[in-house]
Ligand binder design. Structure first.
Ligand SMILES: C[S@@+](CC[C@H](N)C(=O)[O-])C[C@H]1O[C@@H](n2cnc3c(N)ncnc32)[C@H](O)[C@@H]1O
Length: 211
């Protein structure tokens, strides 16, 4: 069932200085926007913002941009970053397909993709945020040795993504089919992750590095 659009989400975000609706105009001037030259990290498909609010709070020496096209979800992420005064975060409510118009080549240190939609039907695979059409764009934006951290509950998506990454110029430097029982100290959970942990679904996680 499709949720009704929250009519107030866009007007509210337009009043929030941490939200950017014209990110293509920032391509050359993120340092100016953040008022520093710190690393820029992306979270793609941020949803309601639990992950970004925790990671950005713990890493004030890094800059973060979060992207999501669902205004019903990202509105809550934008509220969190505003309430927590996370000046090292900017939110971009848009389709990730346009990502290469927002950032320069070799300018991004790391990308997080958490629980993107698995799109199980073959004809929809190209919408997966780890599908090669997206990976080609991410690879250009990432600096050398830049990393993509990817988590999912979905076995098919995870196995397919392992192939997408290796076939598209990334080296898998870490992978686990059971993150909860893997000794990974730095994990920050997301809203979807909490849901799947409660359902006893194992979380799949990989780190892919640009070769
Ligand atoms: C299943 S939710 C996961 C949300 C959050 N990352 C979490 O783990 O709780 C996937 C999110 O990705 C967003 N998304 C999927 N494809 C997208 C695209 N092409 N551009 C922007 N956002 C996208 C959806 O709108 C949705 O909010």
């Amino acid at each position: 069932m499709r949720l009704r659009k929250k009519w107030w989400a866009v007007p509210e975000m337009k009043e929030n200085p941490l939200v950017i609706f014209d990110a293509e105009n920032y391509k050359e001037k993120w340092d100016e926007e953040f008022k520093n030259k710190n690393d820029i990290i992306l979270e793609l498909g941020c949803g309601k913002g639990k992950f970004i609010s925790e990671i950005a709070m713990e890493n004030k020496d890094k800059n973060f941009c979060i992207l999501d096209l669902d205004t019903n979800a990202i509105i809550y992420a934008t509220r969190k970053i505003k309430d927590l005064e996370l000046l090292n975060v900017r939110a971009i409510p848009t389709n990730i397909e346009k990502i290469d118009t927002f950032f320069k080549e070799n300018s991004i240190s790391k990308i997080y993709i958490n629980f993107c939609n698995p799109w199980p039907k073959k004809r929809h695979h190209k919408r997966r945020l780890t599908y090669p059409n997206f990976l080609t764009k991410y690879k250009k934006l990432l600096k050398d040795n830049g990393e993509i951290h990817f988590k999912t509950d979905d076995d098919d998506l995870f196995n397919a993504s392992l192939e997408y990454f290796t076939e598209n110029g990334f080296e898998i430097i870490l992978k686990t089919f059971d993150l909860e029982n893997f000794n990974y100290p730095k994990n920050i959970t997301t809203e979807y992750e909490e849901k799947f942990i409660n359902l006893k679904v194992s979380i799949k996680f990989l780190i892919a590095r640009k070769k």
